[in-house]
Design a protein around this ligand. Structure first.
Ligand code: ADP
Ligand code: ZN
Length: 210
C-alpha cells in the first residue's frame, strides 16, 4: 500500500505513521525527520534547510523532492510506504505524480487550529534518536528521558507557540489544497483527530480497510 498522511502540523501524522508502519510492515518516511537528521550530521542540505525549519517555513521544493526520490528508490519501499509530511505543496504532489508513483490512499487527519496550538506545547522529541513524545498523550516512562535510547527529551525550536502559528498559516495556504488534488484521484479518507491517540488510531486503521 502506498499511503500519504495529510494534516496540519501537530495533527498526529507521525504517531499514526508509526502505528501503520508496524501494522502493515511498510516503512514510514518523514521528510521532517530526514531533514532534522541531515541537520544534526551537518550536511550541506541540512544547513540549507535549518533557517526555513526554525522559522516554521517550508524548505524549498527541489530539496525535499530530491530527498523523497532517493528514499523511495530504496529496496524497503518496493512493497509500499507511508509518507508523513510529504507532499506539502502542489508542486511536490505533481512531482510525485510525474515520477509514476500511484498513491492508493490519502488519510487526511483533521484537528482544529486551537487544539493544535495547545497540543504542540506538550510535544517533546528525543535529542539522540528523534523519537517523539507528548507530556499528556504519549508520556515517556521516566520524565525527560527517551524510552528507546535513554536520550534527553527536548522541545523542538519550531514547536514554540509563535512558530506553530506560522506553520499553521503555511499549512492552510500551501498544504490544504492537496486535499482537493487527491480528491480528484478519489483516494482521500478523512479522519477526525480524537482526544485519545488510541481512538484516532482506531479510526485511521478503519480508514485503511474501507
Ligand atoms: P510537522 O508535521 O509537525 O510540521 P515535520 O517534522 O513534518 O513537522 O516538519 C518540520 C519542518 O520540516 C517543516 O516545518 C518544514 O520546514 C520542513 N519540511 C518537512 N517536510 C517538508 C516538505 N515536504 N516540504 C517542505 N518543507 C518540509
Ligand atoms: Zn531516543
Amino acid at each position: 500500500m502506498k499511503l500519504i498522511l495529510l494534516g496540519a502540523p501537530g495533527a498526529g501524522k507521525g504517531t499514526q505513521a508509526e502505528v501503520i508502519c508496524k501494522h502493515l510492515g511498510i516503512p514510514a518516511i518523514s521528510t521532517g525527520n530526514i531533514l532534522r537528521e541531515a541537520l544534526k550530521s551537518g550536511t550541506e542540505m541540512g544547513l540549507k534547510a535549518k533557517a526555513f525549519m526554525d522559522a516554521g517555513q517550508l524548505v524549498p521544493d527541489e530539496i525535499v523532492i530530491g530527498i523523497i526520490k532517493d528514499r523511495l528508490a530504496e529496496e524497503d519501499c518496493k512493497n509500499g510506504f507511508i509518507l508523513d509530511g510529504f507532499p506539502r505543496t502542489i508542486p511536490q504532489a505533481e512531482a510525485l505524480d510525474a515520477s509514476g508513483v500511484v498513491i492508493d490512499r490519502v488519510i487526511d487527519i483533521e484537528v482544529p487550529d486551537e487544539k493544535i496550538v495547545t497540543r504542540m506545547s506538550g510535544r517533546r522529541v528525543c535529542e539522540k534518536c528523534g523519537a517523539t513524545y507528548h507530556l499528556l498523550y504519549k508520556k515517556p516512562k521516566a520524565e525527560g528521558v527517551c524510552d528507546i535510547c535513554g536520550g534527553t527529551l527536548i522541545q523542538r525550536k519550531d514547536d514554540h507557540p509563535d512558530t506553530v502559528k506560522a506553520r499553521l498559516e503555511v499549512y492552510h495556504k500551501e498544504t490544504e489544497p492537496l486535499i482537493a488534488h487527491y480528491k480528484k484521484q478519489g483516494v482521500v479518507k478523512r479522519v477526525d483527530g480524537q482526544e485519545e491517540v488510541a481512538d484516532t488510531t482506531r479510526l485511521t486503521l478503519a480508514a485503511l480497510e474501507a
